[in-house]
Design a protein around this ligand. Structure first.
Ligand code: SF4
Ligand code: SF4
Length: 517
């Protein structure tokens, strides 16, 4: 499956595919140089063998060795470390508040992220964070292709972990293939059982870590040990254990190829200047086996050893050109570099490259990479804008929320003395963890008076709002008949809530309604 984004990109892809097609039929039957392992790996998506409905071809990726494999180990350690350990990090917020650094407290409708506390009414902050994440992903994809898929996507990380476990119990590619083909005997049973039990334990740890994000981790862990954890916690541990086992252990590359929408969307973010893992066909073709001491004249550097296919977790052949299945993990670069080193040819026959440079190189030229271009500027600009807005909004976050709602049924009532009265519902949300007292006044409505329902009893000054609590009051605002006749049907004014301790004021605009003049 080829995804093209622009004429140059399309031409480069077609040239790549044509070259591959021509030279595939011209493959040599000569023997491999000594010390070079030749793999019989066939890409699972070979273009000449792709039926509409096909059973899954099992993939047994060989373990690659090299810098990209090391980067992937490091990213796996960091991402899994964060996921499993974050709920155990503590953050002192004072007495009576949770001390978990990251907590989604559904019961109290709060999200705690270290020093930031987001209330249910402030969900737009979470939306903002998601937008920042999406824009960052667009930017990274435009610059360096599917690095998210290849290195940090949870599906990739957990699948990598499951493959590492499989490798630990069953050995590398050839041993795993042999084991899968051999008849069921004691060796096969214990190796398979050990693999699947390990996957299930990883699934359980994953599900267990997930629920710790929603409740105090040490408390919930103790409840699990004493079997006192709520049913919903057990349920989610079970769901996550099952999905981790199935998606990471069993389904693996099928999730990326068939279930995930991102490979279909990301084609719109690349262009001919995006860095993608690419086979340099202009250098590799014509491919064919190579004997030690044989000349390299008139042939390409690819010795058709298929090590790039053997290490590919998606089971594809990068030499077939850009493919939807390719998660850009770069393990084929490691595999091919090792081969190039052995045969004494320059590395980077498979490399991160742009289609612009690939096209230029096939004409003996070079095209330097352009990171700064309209597409990346657009994504970077949008990312910066949303980040700045979010930072301003976060720094302006208040510890008091006031909401005023004018009652609409009826819009107003006429009193026996001719005065006009409107009623309002005033809500004061105290987001601090101490009792606060407020005064309530109105400004901008001449000769008005108002009465409040729902205030404190006699002798308590101001409106008392308990810590971390909402207080709802009813306000009746009246203007005398003479004033009402001059005001008309709508007059704007403000409710002003003043903190009696520190004097800070919060105003809310509303409207006073009366009869038409
Ligand atoms: S691209 Fe490299 S690893 Fe793949 S078959 Fe050719 S020489 Fe072997
Ligand atoms: S072709 Fe290479 S980069 Fe793409 S998924 Fe396979 S190993 Fe990773």
């Amino acid at each position: 499956m080829v995804c093209c984004c622009g004429p140059l990109y399309a031409e480069a892809v077609m040239a790549q595919l044509e070259m591959t097609t021509i030279y595939q039929s011209a493959g040599s039957t000569a023997e491999a140089a000594p010390g070079i392992e030749r793999s019989t790996a066939k890409p699972v998506n070979a273009r000449d063998e792709r039926p509409l409905y096909a059973p899954r071809v099992p993939i047994y990726p060989k373990r690659a060795q090299g810098p990209f494999r090391r980067i992937k180990w490091a990213v796996m350690a960091v991402t899994l470390g964060i996921y499993y350990l974050l709920p155990w990090l503590r953050w002192d917020r004072g007495p009576s508040l949770p001390d978990q650094a990251f907590l989604l407290d559904f019961a109290n409708q709060r999200l705690y992220m270290f020093g930031i506390e987001i209330w249910a009414q402030e969900l737009y902050f979470v939306t903002g964070l998601l937008i920042i994440g999406a824009l960052a992903l667009f930017l990274v994809t435009a610059v360096a292709g599917r690095v998210w898929c290849g290195y940090t996507c949870p599906q990739t990380v957990w699948t990598d972990l499951m493959i590492a476990v499989e490798h630990f119990w069953q050995g590398d590619r050839n041993a795993r293939m042999r084991l899968s083909k051999q008849r069921w005997n004691f060796e096969k049973i214990w190796k398979m059982a050990a693999t699947h039990v390990s996957w299930l334990l990883i699934g359980l740890a994953t599900g267990g870590a997930f629920v710790f994000y929603f409740r105090d981790a040490p408390t919930l862990a103790m409840e699990f040990v004493t079997l006192e954890a709520p049913f919903i916690a057990w349920l989610f541990v079970g769901i996550f254990a099952g999905t981790t086992y199935v998606l990471g252990g069993l389904a693996r590359e099928q999730v990326c190829t068939y279930m995930c929408p991102w490979p279909r969307i990301q084609g719109a973010m690349f262009d001919e200047d995006s860095l993608l893992v690419t086979y340099r066909a202009y250098r590799g073709e014509p491919r064919g086996a190579h004997k030690k001491g044989e000349s390299w004249e008139g042939r390409g550097d690819c010795i058709d050893c298929k090590q790039c296919v053997a290490v590919c977790p998606m089971g594809i052949d990068i030499r077939d050109g850009p493919q939807l299945e390719c998660i850009q993990c770069a393990l084929c670069i490691d595999a091919c570099d090792a081969i190039m080193e052995k045969v004494g040819r320059p590395k980077k026959l498979i490399a991160y490259d742009t289609f612009r440079n690939l096209d230029a190189a096939s004409h003996g030229d070079r095209a330097p990479m352009r990171i700064i271009r309209p597409r990346t500027l657009l994504y970077a600009g949008a990312l910066m804008l949303v980040t700045v807005i979010m930072m301003i909004a976060l720094s302006a976050k208040t510890v008091l929320d006031v909401n005023v709602q004018a009652d609409r049924n009826p819009l107003f009532v006429q009193l026996s003395d001719g005065g006009i009265r409107n009623s309002y519902t005033v809500r004061i949300l105290n987001k601090q963890y101490e009792t606060r007292r407020f005064s309530l006044d109105i400004e901008g409505l001449p000769q008005s008076s108002f009465t409040l329902l729902g205030t404190n009893g006699e002798g308590t000054p101001g409106i008392e709002v308990a810590p971390d609590n909402l207080r709802t009051l009813k306000a009746f605002v009246t203007v005398p008949r003479e004033t009402a006749t001059t005001l008309g049907s709508q007059t704007g004014f403000e409710f002003v809530v003043r903190d009696l301790t520190d004097g800070t004021e919060t105003s809310r605009e509303t409207v006073f309604r009366g009869p038409e003049k």
